[in-house]
Design a protein around this ligand. Structure first.
Ligand code: UD1
Ligand code: CA
Length: 459
């Protein structure tokens, strides 16, 4: 049996009050359209066409291989959109599934069940429906003796029809040939002057074909039309992601306060504390302990590593490494196994070698630190001369004294040290101590002399 799929994604979504097309709004790390296409994917459709219009170029850019964009201009309603979508499909399929691009909660299982139900019921169309306590605004499913006879829009319905609580989700499985035939015959003589896909149902029934309905979970029929609904959909997607992770053996103190995007990987045995945001292409390994209060974007957190109160972006934290509290790891920060980036430490484009520690109040940029080195509190790599960035190299087992300024380019050798408070502008050889500091002078009885002077002045 051949299957085609049409995703309706041409509308602007005016009620979002956003410059971006509605289907490009992001929930849990994916656009609404990507969530829908993800649900369509297991159908293994021979052809998928996506009807684009508003922001056509940007919408087309998020399509996966195998999905074809077809432009609908102007946007004359869902029926017109389906017709345009059919134009992107090369042949007549036994089943054509139609899904709106703004329903991110739709599940692959329901689309599969819909296709199976159409086959089982030998219907010309099967409509995915939900029952709503408040059906206001939705197309109502009109039945006669159990069989579906029409879908009537809110604005076109009679008083009696508006009492119906079973509504159209706008997800359908059609007989491909019959859909094409009916779409060619829909009119726009309705309240909005648009071509309604829902009118196809009435046409099929009048032609003597049967139409069935598959009732599903209210949640899945949820369409996003406003920012409030986007937030609601995001919360559901997040809780699905977290539920799956919990199932797999990830520990979370409070899953309602953990925000994990769709493409993040968290290994079983990892521990996640509240107010943690794992976004983009982030990976957390087994035994790692992340949070509270961590934002990690496009970052890798290794086995048994600890990250607390930190912001990571494009960073790599090795196994058993420790980050925070209050650390900022920027792109290219790579901590090897057992390394430490402690309190008020910022690291950028730098490797911190195995077991090396940057415990307090440091900026490390464009630097390579060897193994088991210790960077004293307040050390700064002075990597920028106002024109160019330069590198600092720190050898294995080096000991950088507190408050050292390492003016790059500069190399500190293996087992070398620097004196606290030094401004190091020259290389320090292996095993040497680099000191750059004025000799201390003590002025005796200073306090006493000050007091005397102050008394004289006030007399
Ligand atoms: C539609 C259904 C309604 C159903 C509801 C479920 C019709 C006439 N009505 O109404 O029965 O209860 O969905 O949410 O179909 N689109 C295009 N091109 C267009 C118009 C729409 O691509 O010219 C796309 C939109 O981008 C959107 C989807 O189709 O993704 C649904 O369109 P929308 O205008 O939201 O339909 P509703 O009025 O909600
Ligand atoms: Ca809608």
């Amino acid at each position: 049996m051949s299957v085609g799929a049409i995703v309706l994604a041409a509308g602007r979504g005016t009620r979002m009050r956003s410059d971006k097309a509605k289907v490009l709004q992001v929930a849990a790390g994916r656009t609404l359209l990507e969530w829908v296409l993800e649900a369509v994917s297991p159908l293994d459709a021979d052809e998928v066409s996506v009807v684009v219009g508003f922001d056509a170029e940007e919408v087309t850019a998020v399509l996966p291989d195998g999905a074809v964009a077809v432009v609908q201009d102007p946007q004359n309603g869902t029926g017109h959109a389906a017709l345009v979508g059919l134009g992107g499909i090369s042949k007549t399929h036994d089943t054509v599934v139609v899904v709106p691009g703004d329903m991110p909660l739709i599940r692959a299982e329901s689309l599969g069940a819909l296709v199976a139900e159409r086959q089982r019921s030998e219907a010309a169309a099967t409509v995915l429906t939900v029952e709503l306590e408040n059906p206001y605004g939705y197309g109502r499913i009109v039945r006669s003796g159990g069989a579906v006879t029409a879908i009537v829009e809110e604005r076109d319905g009679t008083q009696e029809e508006r009492m119906i609580c079973e509504v159209n989700t706008s997800v359908y499985a059609f007989d491909g040939g019959l859909l094409a035939d009916a779409l060619a015959r829909i009119a726009n003589d309705n309240d909005q002057g648009e071509y309604y896909l829902t009118d196809v149902i009435g046409i099929l029934v009048r032609d003597g074909h049967s139409v069935s309905a598959l009732l599903t979970d209210e949640e899945e029929g949820f369409g996003v039309n406003s920012q409030a609904q986007l937030a609601e959909a995001s919360a559901v997607l997040r809780s699905r992601i977290n539920a799956e992770l919990l199932d797999s053996g990830v520990w979370m103190l409070d899953p309602t306060r953990v925000y994990i995007d769709a493409d993040v990987t968290v290994a079983p045995g990892a521990k996640i504390y509240p107010d943690t945001y794992l976004t983009g292409d982030t990976t957390v390994a087994a035994g790692a302990c992340v949070g509270p209060s961590v934002q990690a974007h496009d970052s890798t957190i290794g086995e048994d590593a600890t990250v607390v109160n930190a912001v990571l972006s494009g960073a790599v934290v090795g196994a058993n490494a420790s980050v925070g509290p209050f650390a900022y790891l920027r792109p290219g920060a790579v901590l090897a196994a057992g390394a430490k980036a402690g309190t008020y430490v910022e690291i950028k484009n730098s490797e911190v070698g195995e077991g090396s520690k940057v415990p307090h109040l440091s900026y490390i940029g464009d630097t390579t630190i060897g193994k088991r080195a210790n960077i004293g509190a307040g050390t700064i790599t002075v990597n920028y001369d106002g024109y160019d960035k330069h590198r600092t190299i720190i050898g294995d087992r080096a000991k950088i004294g507190s408050d050292t300024m390492l003016v790059a380019p500069v190399t500190i050798g293996d087992d070398a040290s620097t004196g606290a408070g030094s401004v190091i502008t020259q290389d320090v050889p292996d095993g040497a101590l680099g000191v750059e500091r004025a000799v201390q002078k003590n002025i005796p009885d200073y306090a006493e002399r000050r007091r005397t002077r102050a008394n004289e002045e006030s007399d």
